[in-house]
Structure formats: C-alpha cells, structure tokens
Write a protein that binds this ligand. Structure first.
Ligand code: OAD
Length: 232
C-alpha cells in the first residue's frame, strides 16, 4: 500500500524552541523593526544596506540554531507517511532535521538572487554586502519573498495540499496570505491538526483537531494520535 500523503504547514512558532524569535509575538521580530523598512521592495530601494544587515543577522542566528523536537518529529513522520513540508520559515531547521521534501514558500536565508532577474539564484553562507553583484551587474539581494511580492511556489503548495490525507499546521498565526489560505483549499475529509501555543481562530475549518501547546509537545501529541488512527 502506498503511504498516505501528509503535509506540514509550518511557521515561525516551530523554530521558537530553537531560539529563533517569531514575528508577531511579544518580543517578536516585527516588534523591533518596521516591517516595510526591511521586508518590502520599497524598503530595499530606500536603504539596501539596512535590509542586507537585517538578513545577514538573521542568517548568522539561523546558522547557529539547531532543530528542536518538533522538527525532528516532522522528519520521523516520513517513516509512516509520504511527507511534504511547506514552510513559511526562511531558516533551514527542517533540512537540518533531515526532512526530505521542504518547500520554502517565503524563500531562504541561504540563497541570494539578482535584483534584476529573479531566476539568477545562488547559495550563500556568509554575508551579502552592498556592491556584491550578479553576473548581469545588479546588486545581489536575499532570496526572500517580501511584502507586496508574488509567492512563486504557492501553486505547487496548493496542489500538494489539496491532495493530502493529513494536514498539520504548526506555529503560524495564519495572518499572511496566500500561505494562510492553504488550509482553506483542503477536502472536508482531510484529517487536520493545528498546533500552536496560542492557536489562531479557524472555526470555519472542518475535521480539525486543535492542540494548544508548544510545538515540540504538540507535535508529540499529533504523532501519538496518528499512530492510533493509522496503526501499521
Ligand atoms: P507569526 O510570528 O505571525 O506567528 C507565530 C505563531 O507561532 C503564533 O501563532 C504563536 O502563537 C506561535 N508560537 C509562538 N511560540 C510557539 C511555540 N514555542 N510553539 C508553538 N507555537 C508557537 O509567524 P508566521 O505565522 O510564521 O514572512 O508569520 C508568517 C510570515 O509573516 C513569515 O513567514 C514572515 C512574516 O512576515 C516574511 O518575512 C515574508
């Protein structure tokens, strides 16, 4: 029998226990920054040095962070399910935990791209400096989807989501579209779970189990429930 299809939609909350701050919680990243200054094409145009510095700092922090039990459980689910991770996170903690299929909806800290041609994408481990140019001569920028920009992978993500038997949402406030809309595409009978310390209101979603807990503990509970529902 082929394995059932399971999708994990993750957000900043899954990386919180790894020491990476979320965006909208108290003390979160957006509390200390003007979002439009560091995460929009307008901000980039106005002050690219500030934007580069912001993401250089994020990259440094992400490099030092280690996956926590929630990322590890997501990886372990591959023993039982055909798993795709759709993450809004730009860190690489799902990859560090060993997950095989990770879609980075909002880009990655470990890639940079030409600001002229979005198809010119390069790996990056260190800092991006003002003056670092792509082969076409334009300044290199973080490969991050900023506010007001298209989300190129959303169609792929939606197709995989619609096809899922199990859909787990973990650690996202579901405030940012189109990512937040993925849960609305699902079949009624797709088994759905939502893990969050402070779960967003999603009472319009059918067949959903809400687990109000931190990501590691919540994912442990989801795993336990899945093993009961799908004993092998
Ligand atoms: P948010 O900061 O909006 O939401 C984080 C969610 O994680 C909230 O619902 C918290 O309750 C929850 N949370 C916090 N700590 C947790 C923990 N230890 N365990 C479980 N849950 C916890 O982050 P996102 O929803 O990921 O986009 O934000 C979506 C997008 O907005 C981001 O990808 C980013 C941001 O602007 C870009 O930068 C393009």
């Amino acid at each position: 029998m082929p394995k059932k299809k399971l999708v994990v939609l993750s957000g900043a909350g899954i990386s919180a226990e790894s020491g990476i701050p979320t965006f909208r919680d108290a003390g979160g990243l957006w509390e200390g920054h003007d979002v439009m200054e560091v995460a929009s094409p307008q901000g980039w145009k106005k002050n690219p040095a500030l934007v580069l510095d912001f993401y250089n700092q994020r990259r440094k922090a992400a490099k030092q962070a280690q996956p926590n039990d929630a990322h590890k459980i997501v990886k372990r689910l591959e023993d039982y399910f055909d798993v795709t991770v759709i993450t809004q996170n730009v860190d690489d903690l799902h990859e560090k935990a060993g997950s095989s299929h990770v879609i980075h909806l909002h880009g990655s800290l470990f890639q940079m791209r030409s600001s002229l041609d979005e198809n010119l994408v390069y790996d990056i481990e260190g800092d991006i400096h003002l003056g670092d140019k792509c082969p076409k001569g334009s300044q290199l920028r973080p490969h991050i989807v900023w506010f007001g920009e298209a989300v190129p992978l959303i169609t792929t993500a939606a197709e995989i989501s619609i096809d899922s038997d199990v859909f787990i949402v973990v650690g996202t406030s579901l405030q940012v579209y189109p990512a937040a809309g993925l849960i609305e595409y699902l079949h009624r009978d797709t088994l759905k779970f939502l893990v969050d310390l402070n779960p967003p209101s999603v009472d319009y979603i059918k067949n959903l189990t809400i687990i109000a807990d931190k990501a590691s503990e919540g994912m442990r509970k989801v795993m336990e429930k899945l093993m009961e529902i799908f004993p092998n």
